[in-house]
Design a protein around this ligand. Structure first.
Ligand code: RP5
Length: 180
């Protein structure tokens, strides 16, 4: 029987049922190890999402079709992750009025600096909300998406309040380093 290792690709995370509210796109299958953190948080909040590999460079027509139709397809927020010459979030934002949160994936050659700078330096007039490099960025992109949805959804807002309070309580319960 094989055992999971650090190189085992992460499994798919299936969306809760219903109309997807958040779209998660990434430039490559290799981004899933990072972007799965966004999908997992949305699943934990019982928020329906769709998740696709869409590459700005390798499948540009597919990107434009996705972004142009995203709002009509019922999405309210898009999370876009890419590494290296990470043009996916910006090009997606250029084709949709929806808020786009960009996640710089940690690249093998430049540790994600290339991804970060590619995503963050958008020209005035087309906005991408840029997150941290890596899984913390993917997680926080989903958290921001949840905060956007919570503005008009009391059930999501309540879950968000509970999550944040639990986070605070957990730290306050173990304030001494090394004693948990
Ligand atoms: C980008 O190139 C992707 O977002 C990925 O982070 C990076 C490398 O892609 P692969 O060569 O692993 O497919 O477009």
């Amino acid at each position: 029987m094989s055992t999971p290792s650090a190189t085992t690709p992460p499994k798919p995370i299936f969306s809760p049922a219903g109309q997807p509210k958040v779209g998660i796109i990434m430039g490559s299958q290799s981004d899933w190890a990072t972007m799965s953190a966004a999908a997992q948080l949305l699943a934990d909040f019982d928020i329906a999402f769709d998740c696709e590999v869409v590459s700005a460079h390798r499948t540009p027509d597919r990107l434009f079709e996705y972004a142009k139709n995203a709002k009509d397809n019922g999405l309210q927020v898009i999370i876009a992750g890419a590494g290296g010459a990470a043009h996916l979030p910006g090009m997606c934002a250029s084709q949709t009025p929806l808020p786009v949160f960009g996640v710089p994936v940690k690249s093998s050659m430049l540790s994600g600096w290339d991804s970060l700078l590619s995503i963050v330096q958008m020209p005035k007039g087309v906005a991408v909300g840029t997150l941290a490099i890596g899984t913390a960025g993917a997680y926080n992109a989903a958290l921001l998406a949840i905060q956007v949805l919570a503005l008009h959804d009391d059930a999501i807002a309540t879950k968000l309040d509970t999550m944040r309070q639990t986070q605070t309580d957990t730290i306050l319960a173990s304030p001494t380093p090394g004693i948990i």
